[in-house]
Design a protein around this ligand. Sequence first.
Ligand code: AMP
Length: 249
Amino acid sequence: MKILVPIKRVVDANVRVRVKSDRTGVELANIKMAMNPFCEIAVEEAIRLQEAGAAKEIVAVSVGGPQCQDILRTALAMGADRAILVETDGETQPLGVAKALQTIAAREKPDLIILGKQAIDDDNNQTGQMLAALLGWAQGTFASKVERAEGGLRVTREVDGGLETLMLKLPAVVTTDLRLNEPRYVKLPNIMKARKKPLEVLKAADLGVDLTPRLKVLKVDEPAARVGGIKVESVPDLVHRLRNEKKVI
Ligand code: AMP
């Protein structure tokens, strides 16, 4: 099995994001960036399938600016075999990315594409589903378990109020949920080794991929500031306030 793992470069999950003063987006200047956490889980799952003998090759792919090479190197250091950057200077949105990934899938012919369930910057949760639709492949989204099985993959999905188990025929698209695995730490020798692994750069324009944005952000607002709490004297006082001031009971 050959696995393609699309990964996105986003603001590091530990950074407290700030909205730009003109409210057009969040501040990205001098902000620490990293691989989207759900994509790290996708890379880890691909490596585990390879370690279990179920996968021959893992190719990481990112669509974005030249800076995305840093997360591709991280994927290579984790254990991916090769990397591809589909380079564009413009904004990337799910439909354009899904089309770019469709083009890469036609070149690479993977049996499985594992993506994150969502990128933590825009929280779209769309790319995997759009890609499966464009390719006409089976999809298992929000996966919390992925197993190689006779005829394909058995995918356990996290759905409202429980788990759902699907059998997918290959080729297929899987998107990762938080509980699928815990990604490994990258060791220094592997970072050194990753520098020698192949990283191909393809210009989106040369691939003929249409990355034109379809969505326009009108404005971005900070969440409302939380108001401080108070101490109440007694349970009757609490009930009184909930009933008469907050009107929630
Ligand atoms: P989204 O639909 O934007 O929430 O992203 C879901 C998943 O799609 C991410 O976790 C990535 O696996 C993949 N993805 C989104 N944007 C990109 C991108 N620019 N390059 C590569 N993969 C991406």
